[in-house]
Design a protein around this ligand. Sequence first.
Ligand code: DC
Length: 219
Amino acid sequence: MSFIVAIDGPAGAGKGTITQLVGKKLGLVNIDTGATFRCVALNMIQENINIQEEEKIVKMLDKINIEMYPDGNVFLNGEEVTHRIRENDVNRFVSPVSVLPMVRNKLLEVQRRIAEGKDVIMEGRDIGTVVFPNADVKIYLDATAEERARRRVAQNQEKGIQSSYDEVLQGIKERDRRDSTREIAPLRRAEDAIYVDSTNLSIEQVVEKMIKIIEERRK
Ligand code: DC
């Protein structure tokens, strides 16, 4: 029997960082499902396939191979793409790609297979609602769009990238809108998910809060 922790929430709420830290502390395998969507987007870029070319997408999905390792490394068709899938072209393309029903169906299968038989902490948008509706723990991690934009600008600054707060905020709002209004598996809080608002909390405070929630359920 595996133990499953589902973490959902919008882009920039801190899911990635926090899930990694909590997973390490509690010995849970960390699975970033956004990376699987990013792999599909990258594969389409590599093969020059656009959103309308259904037949080509089906063929590509038939032979796609996505592997994720506990150290966070991601492989697409045998090639390491851990950093490549975070680049701008993929950032821009991934949201429209993640709306396609055939992509979501295929990745549902991939995500369930990756988690099979393991104790996992899985983060995404629809983990508690669609991928693992019977997860042992469900947490919805949120923060205001303004706070998420501030964090993104600061992150960029650390990487030496200058970005405008207004543009980043607009991008975040646009992605929120698209992720939460799509027809299949939209971003929404599962009824039984615990709501954690990280707007005014430090990373350490959020990690502590989550560990408490998870350990309580694991007893
Ligand atoms: O978390 P992220 O930014 O790496 O996610 C990339 C995109 O994939 C994002 O636009 C939403 C989508 N996604 C999704 O639709 N369902 C998931 N479970 C995870 C990500």
